[in-house]
Design a protein around this ligand. Structure first.
Ligand code: 13P
Length: 428
């Protein structure tokens, strides 16, 4: 039993927040001027009885009804999220900003022009048979309004292939003052209006990436965690109001250092638990979101762990923090090599064959890296590049189904690290 004083004006109490933990009690009750609850969750430490002073308790109240049930897009959101997270399919993340796309094109000697960016996306989106393995595609704003060289809007092309068009709606990262390079994600200000426009243009889901840095003393700071989970919750709420399924992406990012996989798992669980709590506070419909987290990995100075170890920690983290109401957990590749991304995805199914959510992928680098090198801006390489993209998508589709046997289309590759992505502040 946990006991503390209740502010007299607070009468509708749903939960009590205890510092450093997230304990919810289904039935907190009043006893004189005290509020009482039974701890419902085992935690570290796991006291069954304790007493806290009122100053260490904060009472959480909720609106008396859920806005989700009054949202005209309620059923559509659920249907869209269910479609994208169906078994055997995943997301192609191709929402790199123009700056990041330019960096990647430069690696194969292609200039960063609007036409070249369009040509590159056309290689990806028009790959024959892609829709068998890919159910959703995240685009950057410029691409959402572009068409193939033959004049077919990308949105139409994707829909005809059974791929739901999505849009990255955050506008990049900003360093938080006074931190060791920790960031927040920008883009809330005009988001409701943009969501309406994107919906009109045919997008049906959205993405917002929040980055949590670990591995250096003092990170993640509680300020960075609070700031980022708040942003994700507001973003998700706004998207659902406008009919877009929000991909909620709290990325505990793979970075330098010798921190252990256990440490990554600890912080991932901490962050995802906060994310889910805030989504709950903001009345976000859980059946109408998709989660896009990292797999649990140690710092880059630690040898790459075997897939079974990654799966053990990753599944444990998800089971502890993500409600079964969320239909799909679409992992990012986050710097893993192409083969590593597939093997780890397969290992997740081995670890948790009856998972309540679809454990699947939303890969950017792990689908695009070799595809880009193969294309290299040369029209005569287009078919070969598309062939490798579809083989990579199929390998990950097989892994999602727990049926991946190999050999991998890009065996034994290296990690695909941040050099090819806009790091720190700026547009991701
Ligand atoms: P990676 O798979 O390259 O990590 O990209 C996925 C993504 O969209 C990250 O925001």
């Amino acid at each position: 039993m946990l006991r503390g004083h209740l502010h007299p004006t607070r009468s509708s109490v749903e939960a009590i927040e205890v510092p450093n933990a997230l304990w919810r009690s289904p039935k907190p009750f009043l006893s004189g001027s005290s509020i009482c609850l039974r701890l419902s969750r085992h935690s570290r430490p796991a006291p069954t009885q304790c007493r806290l002073s009122a100053s260490r308790l904060s009472v959480v109240t909720r609106a008396s009804f859920s806005t989700a049930t009054t949202n005209p897009f309620h059923d559509e959101l659920i249907a869209t999220a269910k479609y994208i997270s169906q078994r055997g399919r995943g997301i192609l993340a191709s929402d790199e900003s123009n700056v990041t796309t330019g960096k990647r094109l430069a690696t194969v000697g292609v200039d960063n022009t609007e036409t070249n960016r369009r040509d590159w996306r056309e290689v990806l989106y028009t790959a024959p048979g892609l829709g068998q393995y890919i159910s959703g595609c995240i685009m950057f704003e410029e691409t959402l309004y572009q068409s193939t060289a033959d004049g077919v809007p990308f949105v139409k092309f994707l829909k005809d292939a059974g791929i739901v068009p999505g849009i990255k709606v955050d506008t990049g990262l900003q360093v938080l003052p006074g931190t060791d390079g920790e960031t927040t994600t920008q883009g809330l200000d005009n988001l409701p209006a943009r969501v309406q426009e994107y919906y009109k243009q045919g997008a049906r889901f959205a993405k917002w990436r929040a980055v949590i840095k670990i591995g250096t003393p003092g990170t993640p700071s509680s300020m960075a965690v609070l700031e980022n989970v708040h942003g994700l919750a507001r973003y998700a709420q706004i998207c659902q109001e406008g009919g877009l399924v929000p991909i909620v992406e709290p990325e505990v990012t793979l970075g330098p250092g010798d921190y252990s996989i256990e440490e990554n798992a600890y912080w991932s669980e901490h962050v995802y638990s906060h994310v889910m709590r805030l989504l709950n506070e903001y009345n976000v419909l859980l059946e109408g979101i998709l989660l896009k987290p990292n797999m649990c990995l140690p710092g880059l100075d630690v040898p790459t762990p075997p897939p079974a170890e990654v799966a053990k920690y990753t599944v444990r983290t998800m089971l502890r923090s993500i409600p079964a109401a969320v239909p799909g957990i679409h992992f990012l590749s986050g710097g893993m090599s192409e083969e590593e991304s597939t093997l780890n995805l397969q290992a997740l199914q081995d670890e948790c064959p009856n998972a309540p959510w679809s454990l699947t992928f939303s890969y950017g680098r792990a689908l695009q890296s070799t595809t880009l090198k193969t294309w290299a801006g040369q029209p005569e390489n287009k078919q070969k590049a598309q062939d490798i993209l579809v083989k990579l998508a199929k390998a990950n589709s097989d892994a999602q189904l727990g049926q991946y046997k190999g050999p991998h289309p890009v065996p034994g590759g290296q990690r695909i690290l941040q050099a090819l992505r806009t790091g720190g502040a700026g547009k991701a």
